[in-house]
Design a protein around this ligand. Structure first.
Ligand code: ZN
Ligand code: ZN
Length: 259
């Protein structure tokens, strides 16, 4: 039984990452993957994790920067003869099922080439739903974004630690409730140290100050900021620290945090 909860970040950028960078994605305890980034297979292998050993893939929402390398991930299972039925894919009900259906059947993977192969288990979630495994409990709430999106709290049953993560969202009070006393809050901070402008991107992302307000109100133990431009990282951390007194970081690529 492992004594600590492990979170490894692969990327913290938005949309199209800079050369050598990666969009927001991370893995919890080496087998629960959150969003795919652009390069999920390489990212996992660089950490010594066989992509075929991932048991859960959680999607915060189905904007492309959060699932763009899903086909290569599934292709890895197919070509390596890994049992896809051991993989559970969770995400927002409105978009998960249609996208998974088309990805698995026709549009990209052309599953007729692999007629006798198993399928992953698709678990559509509506904000507020929870999901339980013998190792963890997942709770969810809504986020404020143009598509249905989920914020999750991963409760590690072995360590008693919790990781709460937002996906893309504007400042949204229900997240405070979900994140209450969490060991680590991973909150998007697309606008960096610039206050969220309701007209910019429809106002449906957060600034570092928004993330810090959530961290402060929820009394979280640690705040990680993700989903933004790399050159804003330092200013974002400083802006958050002016509001929230706990530790704040903008994770480096391949950085692991132990809780
Ligand atoms: Zn995004
Ligand atoms: Zn989005």
């Amino acid at each position: 039984m492992q004594e600590k909860t492990k979170v490894t970040f692969f990327g913290t950028e938005a949309a199209i990452p800079e050369l050598g960078g990666e969009t927001a994605s991370f893995v919890i305890n080496d087998d629960v993957m959150v969003d795919t980034g652009w390069n999920i297979v390489d990212n996992l292998r660089r950490q010594g994790i066989d992509p075929g050993n991932i048991r859960y893939l959680l999607f915060t929402h189905m904007h492309h920067d959060h699932y763009i390398s899903l086909p290569s991930f599934l292709y890895y299972f197919l070509i390596k003869n890994k049992d896809l039925s051991g993989l559970k894919i969770l995400g927002p009900a409105e978009d998960l099922e249609p996208i998974m259906h088309h990805t698995l059947e026709f549009l990209f993977l052309n599953r007729k080439f692999y007629p006798d192969r198993s399928y992953p288990v698709i678990v559509p979630l509506t904000p507020g739903d929870s999901y339980e495994d013998d190792r963890f409990l997942l709770e969810t709430t809504t986020s404020l974004h143009p598509v249905q999106a989920l914020c999750y709290k991963y409760n590690d049953k072995h360590t008693g630690k919790t990781v709460t993560f937002t996906g893309d969202t504007a400042y949204h009070e229900p997240i405070i409730e979900l994140a209450k006393d969490t060991s680590l809050l991973i909150h998007e901070a697309t606008y960096g140290a610039t206050p969220a402008n309701p007209l910019k991107n429809g106002g449906l992302h957060s600034s570092a100050m928004d993330a810090a307000e959530v961290a402060k109100a929820a009394q979280v133990q640690q705040l990680a900021l993700i989903h933004g431009l790399r050159h804003n990282n330092e200013a974002s951390v400083q802006a958050a620290q002016a509001i929230y007194s706990g530790p704040v970081l903008w994770p480096e690529k391949d950085q692991t945090i132990w809780l």
